[in-house]
Design a protein around this ligand. Sequence first.
Ligand code: SAM
Ligand code: SF4
Length: 304
Amino acid sequence: MALDRFGRSISYLRISLTDHCNLRCVYCMPEDMSFQPNEALMQDDEILLFVRLFAQLGFHKFRLTGGEPTVRANLVELVRAITGTPGVRSLTMTTNGILLSRLAQPLAEAGMSRVNISLDTLDPQKFRRLTRWGKLEDVWEGIQAAEEAGLTPVKINAVVVQGYNESDVVDVARLTQDHPWQVRFIEMMPFAGATGLQTNQMVTTGTMQDIIINTFGDLELVNGGKLDGEARLYRLPDGKGELGFISSVTQPFCASCTRARLTADGRLRLCLLREGEVDLLTPLREGATIKELRQLVLDGIWEK
Ligand code: SAM
Ligand code: SF4
């Protein structure tokens, strides 16, 4: 078991498969973003070695992310190998959904459990403005394909940005009236330096809830308010699905955080909002033994 010094048992690993992306969301990266060369990124056999290592340390929940994980070549084969690794109980993915319409079925067949799909607005023009390059229709088809393939329950991630989509929370929330989906509204994290957005463009959970309650009436608290991962869940009156709020900025959920991240270039990152990282890929390429790598991971997690 991998424990940190606060006694949290860390068992959830998010693996970034690539830093590349086929979109350029305004809150995530600049339009002229430059990416790392392929050889700097973990290769398939290196990812699989790390998955085995983390699974042996008691990690059982894995998530693929990015950048955009679906732009990685060989994704379906990689998923099959990860889900076949002893100790891996669930593999999920966070994706922008653009390429999901053709990948959902093969990914489900390869053992993927579910997907989170990012969708910040239902307005095609605003979607284009937020993602710079995206076509809303592609994401919508991706969501349908995920449902048909059984990658359920589908979770939708919506980041809300002042001046872009704050009034759209109503339409996005309405999706849960007719669909058994979980729509999760996310407070924008202040990566302002990298994106050019201002910190004051962050819309708080409180503001989003006020907008939603003004339209639909009071929300019903789900699970007595207990966090589901990082989200607190509610339901619209007569809603089939759930609304989640991820208040990373106004109500950080650090105390219950059991996750670690592996960056696309093989660094173990213990917190999204802290700089500290442990490079695992360089030692692996320089011939470190599994025992040495395991110790690097355990020491890193202790410092989480
Ligand atoms: N490309 C995939 C996607 O967009 O779903 C996966 C990677 S993306 C970095 C993972 C999640 O982080 C997405 O739901 C995205 O909306 C969210 N995200 C990106 N930048 C963010 C920011 N500044 N604050 C909060 N969430 C952010
Ligand atoms: Fe790409 Fe996801 Fe970032 Fe948007 S949020 S630019 S889709 S990595």
